[in-house]
Design a protein around this ligand. Sequence first.
Ligand SMILES: [Zn+2]
Length: 233
Amino acid sequence: MEIVELLLNNTVITILLFAAIIYSMIASASVKSTFAKYNKIYASSKMPACDVARQILEMNGIYDIQIVRVAGNLTDHYDPRKKIIALSDTVYGSSAVGAIGVAAHECGHAIQYAKSYGPIKARNTLAPVVNICSQAWVWVFMIGCALGSLFMAEVGIVFFSVVVLFQLITLPVEFDASNRAIKTLVDTGILYGEEVKGARKVLKAAAMTYVSALLVSLLQLLRLISSTRSRKR
Ligand SMILES: [Zn+2]
């Protein structure tokens, strides 16, 4: 009970939230610097990331996905509706360890869909609801506070909880895609030795941005709960 009280103490939460925001800033800077570092170290296989992606997909019996080039840096993603793996300018034609790691990670998502990986299905089911909740929660909460309606404020908090839940489910999805990526790169011999370590570092740095975003949201949620609790008293 004491721990619950402590966790719901506004001052403690505010301090932790501040720390989490700093951590998330460090995490996003770390992705950029780690990626920049390993985008200068080339794999001995000399295979460009777009070809690596094609090979990984074919190895997994996936032939209906297009690999396209998109503008920008770290804009790489998998679009399940369009069945497209979009690789950024810095990744697409590069045979650097970082680029290959990122391309393999996006393939990891495509494989998750092909194999009906549980958490990605849960994430997809939740996605339309999350879109509404992430837009609406702040309005519902603020109007609730302005009108003095505790019930409405609490509905806003429930909406925000759905967003936090979505971020939580995103974690296994991202970690699994990276694990699949590293395993395939090792198994195929596209990367080996120190090259694998480099790709792993890039993917780990990227995963940390999801962890830090979740931490920030979780503390924000606690703060909302704590402030409505103090209003109740
Ligand atoms: Zn991902």
